[in-house]
Structures are given as structure tokens and as C-alpha cells.
Design a protein around this ligand. Sequence first.
Ligand SMILES: Nc1ncnc2c1ncn2[C@@H]1O[C@H](COP(=O)(O)OP(=O)(O)OP(=O)(O)O)[C@@H](O)[C@H]1O
Ligand SMILES: [Mg+2]
Length: 337
Amino acid sequence: MTNDAPSVDDLRMNEEQDEKLTYFAFVQSLNAKPRTAVAASAPTKAGLEALPELLAGRYRIERLLGAGGMGVVYRARDLLIEQFGAPDPYIALKFLSEAFSESPDASALLYSEFALTRHLRHDNVVRLHSFEVDTEYQRAFITMELMRGLTLDRLLCERPLGLPWNELRGIVLPLLDALAYAHARGVTHGDMKPSNVMVSEEGVRVFDFGLGQAQEGVLRGLPRLSRDRFNAWTPGYAAPETLEGQPLATSADLYGVACVIYELAGGKHPFRRLPSTQARDERLERDLRAPAHLPKHCWPALRSALAFEAVERTTATQLRDALGATSTLRQRLRFWT
Ligand SMILES: Nc1ncnc2c1ncn2[C@@H]1O[C@H](COP(=O)(O)OP(=O)(O)OP(=O)(O)O)[C@@H](O)[C@H]1O
Ligand SMILES: [Mg+2]
């Protein structure tokens, strides 16, 4: 291994060689000495990696917060801002998991998540701070707000029968607001499912745009990455066209979010968490009934968001309006009586 950083020309040549792969140039510090790696104090889990005690000279890893199909997220303390008196120096750091980090475009994938999320400034979308590389450890990571709360999959474990509508609408309306906003800004989430939405102390937050994409003409400089190789979709929430390799479109998010809303409204996934392609082939939509806690007049909109055919699905705004109208109407009725 040499300590010479690659020249700009080398990098350009790489870009030209293969447009699908994006190479991330780690700026290696000269004469870098290997640091002592410590296992993050955390629930141990096979594959949980050894991390340096301090990242980028300022982030002290405290514990593991979660590990999904592609990423690992830790709670950390930002010692720099703490030193200047920040009252809450706690943040979250996201890395790609070791299996993915071997891929040549791993860092570009993480950067893409960062850029897509940063393009969105909405109360119900997680706030990201920075995209960084620890030059000695040679791994890229995202720093972001630390969400304190429950993901919807954990909420569903605690409330297996679902939530009554007066509680539920406080979750699904902000969730659909965030999604409609992202779509209006040209961003598709790509992985709508209960574990990617948090009910935090500061409200509902959509996060994990790791499989997301910008629509044509939005965030032009963003590397074009093929997500097919990662095959990281959760079959019970991914739309049939996604599982069949069609390009990602906003309608795919509607299928996923509709499954989430359905599940929250009655405790059961609409198609027993089967892959959507199997549910479609078995024609399970014929047995679909409105979930227990969903007001009757919300059902047509939710049902069409669950359509196996993308063109039949409602948009996020239409679904938001249909579900939001209920609460307004109810409020008015209460007021008049
Ligand atoms: N900012 C945060 N604050 C607190 N916890 C977080 C934060 N970001 C992620 N987590 C936790 O870490 C878990 C994994 O994060 P994330 O969904 O981003 O990773 P992933 O590997 O991309 O997931 P997936 O399996 O959906 O691909 C989340 O489900 C959540 O519990
Ligand atoms: Mg996730």
C-alpha cells in the first residue's frame, strides 16, 4: 500500500471507466499510524465491528442504536460542541455495515443517502448534520440528530392490536406530510416500512433514505448507483414492480406506506407480510378488509394505495387529504353538536 493520494486524473479515469461504480477517494493521512480499535460498548452481535474510540477527532461512540439490512447506527457524543457548552451534544452516527462497506461504491451509497435527506427540510424528516470520513479508520459516516423514541415496528410490538384512530392520525398524517413533501421535492424514499419511521420525543420522523432516489433532473451531480446488487428491499413492504426490477417511482412508496398505515390501524399487515408479488399472484386483495381502527371513509383511499398495479395507487397528497379530511370533519361535527 502506498501513502500517495490518488491524483484527480486517476479519479477521473476511474469515473470514465465505469459510470455505474463510483469511487470514493479516501484522503489518507501521511504516515498514519494504526489506532487502537475498541469494540463499541454495545450489545454484542456477530459482525458488530471494532470501532476506534474517537472518530474524526471529536465523536465518542457510546453504544449501538440499531443495525438494519445495510447500516449500523451508533449513539455518540460530539466532544467538540460539548466543549463549547452545547447542552445536548448527543448525536447518531450511521455507517454502512461491514458487508456492504466492501463494495467499491459503498461510500457513494452512503453519500447518496446523505444528499437525498439533506435536500429535504421538513419537521418530519430526520435532520442530518454532516457526511464525514475518519481518515485513519477509512470509513465514511453520516452524523445526524439523535432521535429518542420508538420505531413503528417496536411500537407495533407494544401495541399488537394497532392504535385507535385518535392516536393513529397523529402519526400517519405527519408521516404522509413528510412523504408528500419528499415527492414534491423530487425524492423517492424507496424503503417505506415500520422500522424506517420513528415516533420520537420531537415528533414523527421518516429516516433511512439509503435506498432512495432523486427524480430526473433533481440533485444532478449525485452518482447514479445501481441498487439492484444490494437487493436490500423488505419484500413485505416493497411494491411488486420494485421486486420485479422496475425503476423506482414515488408510487412504490405509496404501497409501502399504505402497508404501514394498514398495520398500525389494526395490528395486521394487509397481506401477512408476504412478498407483494406473491400476494398479487395469490390474488389476496380479494380478501382485503378495512383495518379495525380506520374510519370507514378513509378506506377507499388506503385501499387504492395498496393496489398491486402502480398506476392505480393514490398519491401521497391524495392519501394525506383523504385521511386528514376525516379529522377535520370530525372536529367540525364535534363543534356543531
Ligand atoms: N438518528 C437516529 N437516532 C436514533 N436511532 C436511529 C437513528 N437512525 C437510525 N436509528 C436506529 O437504527 C436502526 C437502523 O437504522 P437505518 O434504518 O438507518 O439502517 P439501515 O441498515 O439502512 O436499515 P434497513 O434495514 O432499513 O436497510 C433504525 O431502525 C433505528 O432503530
Ligand atoms: Mg432502516
